[in-house]
Design a binder for this molecule. Structure first.
Ligand code: ADP
Length: 673
């Protein structure tokens, strides 16, 4: 006999009128159990029982039942493909270990034959039933992988069919266990197995065992089917819950993906989470581990529940928040009325009383261990809410998403700032190229031409020599100024400047700035300048050298952009706060309203770097802004428009508690240059 043949095929071949049916695994398990129980319950005299399991592990689940069955009969045969210690042996019953390649490893058989009773189950597993089943997702919790397995075959109580099935299986048993020949022979003779007469009769008439009560069998079968149905029901319930959870996590993730606005993300999360869990209140707020308080920024509310939106929430004295921070995980209070953590804390008791919180969950929003915020769920219900593990898992999953979203939004914001900085850098770079092209190259070539002429033309008239030398000197001075301004600005911007704040009077600084101006403007007559600094102005606190620098640059600009007959006024006032406001105003060409801010950009010049007329580097106001910001002040420009004059204002901090007019305390200062 070839072991590759199927018992089912052999049976169908010899009894062609049989029509196989399809059975799910759960049905076969129920049927087999009911058949075995029937043997245990009915008074059958030494029945023949043959059970063929596909694998040893399936047999092992049933081994205890077969031990009980062995008390009913000495003709019990159990077949299985060995996996560990299942081997051919005789014990309580006969064990037959068939080859794994045997077609039996695809089949499931149970045959019971007694004098007054016979039944058999002969089935073969449908191909592909397992592979289809592998599509079950990982999280699928209760259904085992093999629920979808299907078998085709025969289940019947026809005696003839049962006898034929027994014969086929006994033949197979003898292949593996030839030493059982005489035992098998005895049982065959007893029940007429392999008997020609018996064969003939089975092919024509179906004989049913009818003298034993089959009612308990049906009862048992129904019980087994009910049990497997219940298992399925439970599994579907958990699938539905899981699917709901997936949908919620999905909808929040989608919202997160759609929006880079953290406010929107948190609002959606609070709404969805609160609604899904039927909470009275869902709060989301940003908080860091060391924060003393937080403001409730996002809230979901059930109708009729008191809102906490916009309230200041205590964190430092909130022992639940501190517990969350220490443990790095959520804290859940089932009933605030009975929880010692709440009842022993005045802060928490107050919150509970004021906002009617009965059940409370505080879940941290973390990213790589860093606390970003908190999600709170409140139930203000009686009786208190019973927290389910599924709910806690869900809240945790959502807060993980929120954490990622917040970090994503933060990274995006940083990126925007970085981008702006990069753009500014790029502008500076192009300006620098333009200015080096013009500001440096032009004077350099002039200097070169002048010096070359002086060197190659020894007969040049003295007057012309003087002109050449002056031009070369003027241009090298312009270059020096540009390089110096550029270095000053980069030092200020990169924070490489040391500040020496001291107590000063503004008058003294203005005087110094004006004296510097006089030494520089030798050729052109500057416009008239009036300095009106009130005598009772409070003392100011700033680095004197830098303050003189700001004043000098502003006065310098005012002179440059105001005709000779114009007027420049310098005044200052103290309007009560901690700053003195200084103004340098002129009656010159003015500034267009949309240029009032950009004039402070590096290299900004109204004419553009390449068409400069008034001289200068375009760095003066940028330097002034850096200096003023350095002492915490502000600088800004005002102008009514073209040819309407301009006013430059800046603020300097006053000395705290300084008496008005304390001129005598100030030492005399020297100029920076
Ligand atoms: P610059 O070396 O060109 O003066 P600044 O940074 O000091 O560089 O000034 C930038 C630009 O702002 C000037 O080129 C000019 O267009 C404008 N500006 C500055 N001060 C005045 C003023 N008092 N009146 C009109 N325009 C001014």
């Amino acid at each position: 006999m070839s072991i590759s043949t199927s018992v089912l095929s052999d049976l169908l071949q010899s009894l062609p009128y049989l029509r196989p049916q399809l059975y799910f695994k759960a049905s076969l398990t129920a049927l087999s159990h009911a058949m075995e129980d029937q043997v245990l319950a009915a008074t059958l005299d030494q029945p023949l029982v043959i059970a063929s399991f596909q694998r040893e592990r399936f047999y092992r689940q049933e081994a205890h039942r077969y031990q009980r069955l062995s008390q009913r009969s000495n003709q019990i045969y159990v077949l299985a493909a060995p996996e560990t210690d299942f081997s051919n042996s005789s014990g309580y019953y006969e064990k037959v270990a068939f080859e794994p390649e045997d077609a039996l490893s695809q089949e499931w058989h149970l045959v019971v034959i007694a004098d007054n009773y016979a039944t058999c189950l002969v089935c073969r597993e449908s191909l592909g039933s397992i592979t289809k089943n592998q599509q079950v997702p990982d999280w699928f919790p209760h259904l085992e992988m093999d629920t979808g397995r299907r078998f085709e075959g025969i289940w019947t109580s026809e005696r003839g069919v049962s006898i034929k099935a027994a014969q086929l299986l006994l033949d197979r048993i003898l292949v593996y266990r030839p030493e059982l020949a005489s035992k098998v022979e005895r049982v065959c003779q007893r029940f007429g197995i392999g008997d020609r007469n018996s064969n003939k009769s089975t092919s024509i008439i179906a004989e049913y065992a009818c003298d034993i009560d089959t009612d308990p069998f049906v009862q048992r079968l129904v019980t087994y089917l009910q049990a497997s149905q219940y298992k399925l029901h439970k599994a579907y319930r958990s699938i539905a819950a899981q699917a709901r959870k997936e949908r919620l996590v999905n909808s929040i993730s989608t919202a997160i993906r759609r929006s880079l606005d953290p406010h929107q993300v948190l609002q959606i999360a609070a709404q969805e989470l609160g609604q899904h869990l039927g909470a009275s209140r869902c709060l989301i707020y940003r908080a860091q581990a060391s924060d003393a308080q937080a403001t409730i920024e996002h809230e979901f509310l059930m109708p009729g529940v008191v809102s906490i939106y916009g309230e200041t929430w205590e964190l430092k004295n909130n022992s639940l928040f501190q517990e969350v921070v220490e443990q790095g995980e959520g804290v859940c209070v089932s009933d605030t009325v009975n929880d010692f953590r709440v009842t022993s804390s005045p802060t928490l008791s107050l919150i509970v009383k004021k906002f009617g919180v009965r059940s409370w969950l505080i879940e941290p929003v973390l990213f790589q261990g860093r606390l970003l915020g908190i999600v709170e769920l409140h139930y203000c219900t009686v009786p208190p809410h019973q927290w389910q593990q599924g709910e806690l898992d869900l809240v945790e999953a959502i807060t993980t998403q929120i954490g990622a979203a917040l970090i994503q939004a933060e990274a995006y914001a940083n990126l925007e700032v970085l981008n702006q900085q990069l753009e500014a850098l790029d502008r500076t770079r192009s300006n620098l190229i333009a200015i080096t092209g013009h500001e440096l190259r032009t004077p350099l070539s002039t200097i070169q031409v002048c010096l070359e002429s002086l060197a190659t033309e020894p007969d040049m008239p003295l007057e012309l020599r003087q002109v050449m030398l002056h031009t070369a000197l003027d241009d090298s001075e312009r270059m020096r100024k540009l390089v110096q301004d550029f270095l000053t600005l980069s030092n200020l911007e990169s924070g490489r400047v040391e500040w020496h704040p001291e107590t000063l009077t503004l008058q003294e600084c203005v005087d110094l700035a004006l004296s510097r101006l006089k030494t520089r403007t030798t050729t052109e007559k500057p416009p008239h300048i009036i300095a009106e600094i009130a005598e009772n102005l409070p003392l100011i606190k700033a680095d004197g050298d830098w303050l003189v620098e700001v004043l000098a640059k502003l006065i310098d600009n005012a002179c440059k952009f105001t005709p000779n007959q114009g007027l420049i006024t310098i005044n200052a006032n103290h309007n009560g706060d901690r700053m003195v406001e200084v103004t340098v105003a002129d009656t010159g060409r003015g500034i267009e309203p949309n240029r009032l801010e950009v004039v402070f950009d590096r290299f900004y010049q109204e004419e553009g770097a390449l068409r400069r007329t008034a001289g200068g580097t375009g760095l003066g106001l940028a330097i002034c802004r850096q200096i003023v910001n350095g002492w915490g002040g502000k600088i800004w420009a005002e102008s009514s428009g073209k040819d309407q004059g301009s006013q430059f204002h800046f603020t300097v901090p006053i000395v705290q508690g300084s008496q008005e007019d304390s001129r005598s305390k100030v030492k005399k200062r020297g100029s920076r240059e």
